[in-house]
Design a protein around this ligand. Structure first.
Ligand code: PLP
Length: 400
């Protein structure tokens, strides 16, 4: 049987993944792959990474028994993996530091990336400031307008934000713009991808950097309960926080796993959801073969989610594979279920979750009552919700 964890030599997970890049990007991406293959074997690199996770990010993040929430639901015990307590308030800092360290090791001077909602840009600008690297973030002009606070954060952290005026002035145009600058400047520049997506080696590399989440969670649950959990639940945008939690448990077949994607406002209407695992078909996106929400011409479909970090028309290739082999079950949560989950966690635990993480909570809320009191569910609380409170307040006022 092929491995559940590792890609084959071509970077494929089953039929998904690979490295499909234009000729001018072949050399720069091959260089990243070679450097990472070395770094992952180097104890010094790993030690440096782990020291930053401990002293800068604040790891290990706690595994917290949510007694109030569990009692309210009347079923399984729910534990929360508190990635919201990391420096910068989410899991993304884990892989941004890893990519930043690799860039330094390769002698690069600058980190660059595209960002949609700005979360990846802020985490990357943070890593760049810490590591003494320049940072250049490309962002569609429309997103620059919509995401003012994150633009200001990136600038305060010393990053240059490039507003992309071409095409539809959105994420897709920012990707094109960032890649064309990278193809030109790659001798000094490292391209940092914000999830387990893109051409090989990025899906494997970002997953490795995030897998600290599951390694900690396994130790923590064994210390607290003396056994493995019955189920793991995580939200899926590109899929990095989910693989971060899942990887350490993939071979433990008694542990069920749920990836939760956004059902948005309406699953029946293209553009009203971002349920790639449910409705996606095999296609090509951002240098990889994977499941894609696309039209007949292979153009990525418009997507919507109440959580801006989840509105992506593709998914990491390893997720497409884990679905195919049946190891992970992919479900969805609507905007309304997500808002209800957000409020329930605020009130039962005094924790304001990110709207992305609230998708995972929404499924845990459905699941827990179907299980018994001695069963255990671990939810990846991928981020804190401070960034979302204005939006949530508006939405709740609309329905008041
Ligand atoms: C970006 C983000 C996500 C979605 O990205 P994944 O790669 O699927 O993890 C989920 N939660 C939070 C808090 C995020 O910022």
């Amino acid at each position: 049987m092929t491995s559940l964890v590792h890609a084959d030599e071509g970077g494929f997970f089953g039929s998904h993944g690979g490295r499909f890049v234009p000729p001018q990007l072949e050399t720069p991406i091959a260089e990243v792959a070679a450097a990472y293959a070395e770094a992952r074997q180097d104890p010094e690199f790993q030690a440096e990474y782990e020291a930053l996770l401990a002293d800068y990010v604040g790891r290990p993040s706690p595994l917290f028994l949510a007694e109030g929430l569990s009692r309210e639901l009347g079923g399984a015990k729910i534990y929360l993996k508190r990635e919201d307590l990391n420096h910068t308030g989410a899991h993304k800092i884990n892989h941004c530091l890893g990519e930043g360290l690799l860039a330094k090791r390769m002698g690069k001077k600058k980190l660059m990336a595209e960002t949609g909602a700005g979360q990846h840009g802020v985490a990357l600008a943070t890593a760049a400031a810490l590591l003494g690297l320049d940072c250049e973030i490309h962002m569609g002009a429309i997103d620059v307008e919509k995401q003012r606070p994150n633009v200001v954060r990136m600038q305060m952290l010393g990053a240059k934000v490039v507003s992309v005026e071409s095409g539809g002035r959105c994420l897709k145009d920012a990707v094109d713009s960032a890649f064309s600058v990278f193809a030109r400047d790659y001798k000094d520049t490292f391209f940092a991808i914000g999830s387990v997506v893109g051409p090989d080696p990025y899906p494997s590399m970002v997953r490795d950097f995030q897998s600290i989440v599951g390694r900690e969670a396994k130790k923590q649950i064994l210390a607290k309960e003396g056994r493995l959990p019955d189920a793991l639940v995580a939200s899926v945008g590109g899929g990095s926080n989910a693989l971060g939690l899942f990887t350490e448990f993939l071979e433990d077949t008694e542990v069920k796993m749920y990836g939760v994607e956004p059902a948005g406002r309406n699953l029946d209407v293209v553009g009203e959801h971002a349920a790639t695992m449910t409705f996606g078909t095999p296609g090509m996106l951002h240098g990889m073969k994977t499941l894609v929400l696309q039209d007949e011409a292979g153009e990525p479909a418009p997507v919507h989610s109440i959580a801006s970090g989840l509105d992506y028309p593709g998914v990491g290739p390893q997720h497409a594979f884990l679905k195919e082999v049946g190891r992970v079950e992919y479900v969805h949560a609507s905007d309304a279920e997500t808002l209800a989950a957000f409020q329930m966690l605020c009130r039962t635990e005094g924790i304001i979750p990110a709207l992305e993480s609230s998708h995972a909570l929404a499924h845990a809320i459905r699941l827990a009552p179907t299980l018994s009191n001695d069963q255990i569910v671990v939810v990846n609380l991928s981020g804190r919700g401070d960034k979302d409170i204005d939006y949530v307040a508006e939405r709740l006022a609309e329905h008041a």
